[in-house]
Design a protein around this ligand. Structure first.
Ligand code: 5GP
Ligand code: MN
Length: 328
């Protein structure tokens, strides 16, 4: 048995031998975090287990269509005891946010993720940085260990993988990703329906946000660096929800010649959320974000940086320019 299958078997044994589970994922969740959480929750429930699916932000409006979305909630204010806590798609433990405190005790913690910066917290750890989505790892796990994969589970896994690969376009998309997608379609996923709900059902608010952001667009480094920013004032005026942001940075990345794209978002706590994308493996945006206490992947990373919006912009733009000039 190879190393992966041995680890999968170990995790499967723990899941089969226990009864009460908390399935958690990172704050400001994306499609991979929410889809993965629901998929594993549903599979465990099929086995008759008691499962809580919690995220600090609860189910986002835009992912409400996911099968059994109602199972995923914000954590309760009074903590509960569990046999096993499971962190999915969460690069550092504190990104579990308030869900962590809602688990008063767990005999064991499982950590399943695809972030290379994951420091391997927990008792049973499976990190595959080559996987484009935690949803892909979960599919491999469920299939390999003969756990249930119902049509509802398949839809959640498909949404997780589709969103984390930018609809099967990012370079992390492999032959295996397409094979898995095909198998998920075989399990009952309606690709047209899910894709329309994922990519053609945005609230008008999100496009108005895009208009605002494009008004702040700047370029540097011979057009290799592009960024835009959202101030608190603009966010309030537009009535923006945090989830409206996901994917907007792709408009910058999609520009010919751009190597690094940055999205700055002024938060209410005196910090700025920095979101970075690179189109060139030689320019590692995770390394830049790590310098500011963040993390992620080589081509997609983020950090929360203390300071005024304009100060943080200046600092990060300088670092990004230096990295581009050093490596391209
Ligand atoms: P996004 O820009 O979409 O928020 O995040 C891109 C990637 O960077 C994701 O994989 C996410 O997990 C990671 N990331 C974003 N913000 C942070 C952060 O503040 N800390 C860490 N460690 N990773 C982050
Ligand atoms: Mn992910």
């Amino acid at each position: 048995m190879n190393e992966r299958d041995a680890k999968f078997a170990e995790i499967a044994r723990v899941l089969r031998e226990h009864n009460k589970f908390a399935v958690l994922s990172h704050v400001r969740p994306d499609g991979d975090a929410l889809g993965s959480t629901l998929a594993l929750t549903l599979s465990l429930k099929e086995l008759g287990k008691e499962v809580k699916a919690w995220n600090e932000d609860g189910m986002l409006e835009k992912y409400n269509f996911l099968a059994k979305a109602e199972l995923l909630t914000t954590p309760p204010s009074s903590p509960e005891d569990f046999d096993v806590g499971i962190a999915l798609d969460t690069a550092v433990q504190n990104r579990l946010g308030t869900t962590l405190a809602a688990v008063r005790s767990a005999k064991l913690w499982i950590n399943i993720d695809h972030h290379p910066s994951n420091p391997r917290y927990g008792d049973l750890v499976y990190i595959d940085p080559t996987a484009p989505a935690t949803g892909q790892i979960l599919y491999e796990f469920l299939k390999n260990q003969k756990f249930p994969i119902t049509p509802a589970i398949a839809e959640n896994l498909y949404a997780a993988i589709s969103t984390d690969t930018g609809s099967f376009q990012y370079p992390n998309t492999t032959m295996r990703t397409f094979q898995i997608a095909a198998e998920l379609v075989e399990c009952g996923v309606d690709v047209g329906r899910v894709s329309q709900l994922l990519y053609e059902s945005f609230p008008r608010r999100r496009i108005e946000l895009l208009r605002e952001l494009l008004g702040t667009m700047h370029f540097a480094c011979d057009g290799k660096l592009a960024w835009f920013s959202l101030s608190q004032t603009a966010a309030v005026a537009l009535g923006v929800l945090p989830e409206d942001n996901e994917g907007l940075i792709d408009h910058l990345r999609a520009i010919r010649g751009v190597v690094v794209a940055i999205f700055f978002e002024e938060l209410t706590d005196g910090k700025v959320r920095v979101s970075m994308r690179s189109k060139d493996e030689a320019v590692d945006v995770c390394a830049i974000c790590k310098e500011f206490g963040g993390g992620g992947h080589i081509l997609a990373a983020g950090a929360r940086v203390a300071g005024a919006l304009s100060e943080v912009e200046k600092k990060i733009v300088e670092k990004a320019c230096a990295a581009i000039e050093r490596n391209t």
